[in-house]
Design a protein around this ligand. Structure first.
Ligand code: ZN
Length: 155
């Protein structure tokens, strides 16, 4: 079974045109196809490009980080947190899928309310992308399930 490694530059903006993230200052982002390493809506688009292609695409939230889920806003006992807990801090909390980051929304004497939604949940995201390299994944990368550095050398 062969799989490909795609490398691309991107600039991510929200629906107001504000830049949220970009690879332009550093190396392109690489991913192994079919592994869910990037958001599904973007992977769909990138798999159809060839090297040199540029594209501006808006990914709806359901193919990006999903909808915001009210159940992920949870009250937790105050004693689970250090005295220095403050609104806006991020803590790892235990969820079904393992530890997830959650931001503190509110604090009172007994309860700390945290939000474990992804910061970009519920948002449509616009990506300006440029495909820079497509190559066949090495056996080692397939075995590991991730991309190794430029040219496939081991880390
Ligand atoms: Zn590895």
């Amino acid at each position: 079974m062969t799989k490909r490694v795609f490398s691309f530059h991107y600039t991510l903006t929200d629906t107001n045109g504000q830049v949220l993230d970009s690879s332009r200052e550093g190396a392109p982002l690489s991913f192994l196809e079919g592994m869910g390493q990037i958001i599904p809506g973007l992977e769909e688009v990138l798999l159809g490009l060839v090297v040199g292609d540029k594209k501006n695409v808006t990914i709806p939230s359901d193919k990006a980080y999903g909808a915001r889920v009210d159940e992920l806003v949870v009250p937790l006992p105050r004693q689970y947190f250090p005295d220095t807990v403050a609104v806006g801090q991020v803590y790892e909390i235990d969820a079904e899928e393992g530890a997830v980051p959650a931001i503190v929304l509110d604090i009172n004497e007994k309860v700390v309310t945290v939000d474990a939604n992804h910061a970009l949940a519920g948002q449509d995201l616009t990506f300006d992308v440029e495909m820079t390299e497509i190559r066949t994944a090495t056996e080692e990368e397939l075995a590991h399930g991730h991309v190794h550095g430029p040219g496939g050398h081991h880390h």
